[in-house]
Design a protein around this ligand. Sequence first.
Ligand code: SF4
Length: 361
Amino acid sequence: MTKMPNYISTTNACKLCKPLGAALAFRGIEGSVPYLHGSQGCATYMRRYIISHFNEPIDIASSSLSEKHAVYGGAANLKLGLTNVTKKYKPRLIGIATTCLTETIGDDVPMILKEYGRETAAAARPLLVNVSTPSYSGTHMEGFHAAIAAVVDQLAENPGVSDTVNLLPGFVSSADYRYLAEIMADFGVKTTMLPDLSETLDGPALLEYEKIPGGGTPLEAIKGMGGAKATIEFGRTLGSSKTGGSVLAQKFGVENMRLGLPLGIGETDRFFAGLQTVTGLETPWKYAMERGRLVDAYVDAHKYVFGKKAIIYGEEDLVVGLAAFLAEIGVMPILCASGGRSGSFAAAIAAATEVSRSMTA
Ligand code: SF4
């Protein structure tokens, strides 16, 4: 029998667990600890997955339910866990996401948190935000957006109209959050970016482990989001789902400008046009020059990439953005796939690549 050669298999799933996305969103908030209401195994899997992806430490607390709690409910463990996390971490916020187990047994987390509020002194309690994230009903991206919507819904107030712009980029890399903050600063516009994983999941090497890393969206800024002059939210496939931008529009009348992820020239032009509309300012010269250099690079590389075919798979909005970019440079996406089920994936790709085609026509 012929011996098969050894090989290394790498599996990159494009659909992960829903509360994992919520834990990532909570991690991007100042002084916050993500907390899973479920079994230890869920929290361990998520910590392990996030740590190996980001190469950064992350603590995710758990109410550590066992078989007994699947029968009698997990309220007592949830409350005890909150008290323990408060003592150990001294967080400013605990972001609580449910899991498959607690959704299946029907634990009423908002009601349990109300009880906990009555049983503990307000001064001894951090802010608590909860989100329902049964993993059998969505992906990590849906969990991420649901957590952002819950944060805005439960914390934002209307302190009166301000000049601030809310930026809700969705789940992008730490470097992307940093670059988006730089763009907003260069425009000279005061911005609340939610979340902000630029420091919390990409920090410097430290001599001592920080239980809660510095950085993240300031809580005071989140409270003021209801008074912002507009929200810019990335996500062509978000449709009619409840998001941070839709909550702010419905509760406080903040205009929600929903755009695609700014990948490639077409989608990035739409982002900068949106910024110009919201701020009434011109795009800084630095970015006009960057755009010009990129067009030049497109021209230089055209003879090498034109007519090639590509298969793209991943998170829905990332695939949409990459398809738009590839269409711009003459690469034909012949198969686009995702684990998400927004229902607007195909239409979003058609719309984003239509923008690209009209640019190059
Ligand atoms: S049981 Fe559900 S919540 Fe827990 S890790 Fe698995 S998919 Fe995620």
